[in-house]
Design a binder for this molecule. Sequence first.
Ligand code: LLP
Length: 383
Amino acid sequence: MKGTFPIHKFRELRTPFYYYDTKVLRDTLSCIRTEAARYGNYSVHYAVKANANPKVLAIIRENGLGADCVSGGEIRAAIKAGFPTGKIVFAGVGKADWEINLGLDYDIFCFNVESVPELEIINELAAAKGKVANVAFRINPNVGAHTHANITTGLAENKFGISMQDMDHVIDIAQNMKNLRFIGLHFHIGSQILDMGDFVALCNRVNELQEARHIRIEHVNVGGGLGIDYGHPNRQPIPDFKSYFETYNSHLKLRPHQTLHFELGRAVVGQCGSLISQVLYVKQGTNKQFAILDAGMTDLIRPALYQAFHKIENITSDAPVQAYDVVGPICESSDVFGKAIDLNGVKRGDLIALRSAGAYGEIMASGYNCRELPQGYTSDELV
Ligand code: LLP
């Protein structure tokens, strides 16, 4: 089964470009809202790093999510899209002074702090402005996630967070700083997680920490990480948010008056986006044939960087299926989207969709080889 696309509209646009199906995005957001609302004290933030296209951000903001930012640029993008500053959380191991100042100026909800030196600087910069900054500590829970090594973050060997052993000490330090208010703990174990058991492991660790140390906090933030079905974007366009929130509800022992925060990126935007590209040439190799696209790793780097799978469809052909190596035009041998991919017979000018590319697609595009960045269009614009 292939996705449905407004092909005649696509023909008017310069390829490659990103296409966002707003029905899929809105249905996904509505599912998140319904499933999270069952629990009253759940607050969902969108991880802006996954996709900061202004049209996509506007739809997410309309649906009431907060914003999880990891840079001053993302804070600006979120504010520009209308996210309330009181719903912005700011994470990252290396926040520059100007970025901290920006967060302070806008009175963002919380800084997720990853080290003692960072804590000291936030306190100092807040003091200079006569403000008190809300801070949560990102704790490295030493919980592994069954996902790609480059996108697991919660193990002791990663650069992220404060170790569990240091936690008490860091809390003491923070409590003696006049311009900080310690309000919560933050965790994130990795991305593209489909095994709910990984989230159960995180819940167990959070319970242990809360029980052992009798910490008094109002906010627990469990990060993001829920994965999507890259193999079947048409069959399963909406991730299983029901099981996801249920898992936290059954395993995490929240105290009365605590709010549980989530920072979902991929699961919100992944399935609504496709990279649309045109076939430049079909080239015969010795034992194979290549479909050479006008999109390359500069437009979608995930296959080259993480050996990630994206379903590839020839959306303008019903010819009998043949196998192709689908490659881009960049001068790098890793510029390959897929090998021996079954596609309806390909000819020059056919349009190829690389599916499930709404998350970490357009936002990770680069200008390598002096290429232009791909544009992003929504289905709302192409009617
Ligand atoms: N919160 C924190 C602290 C994070 O580091 C991340 C992602 C998220 C939330 C959102 O995670 P998500 O719900 O999207 O899994 N470029 C990679 C993914 C990098 C994820 C980085 N952190 C990829 O293309 O797979």
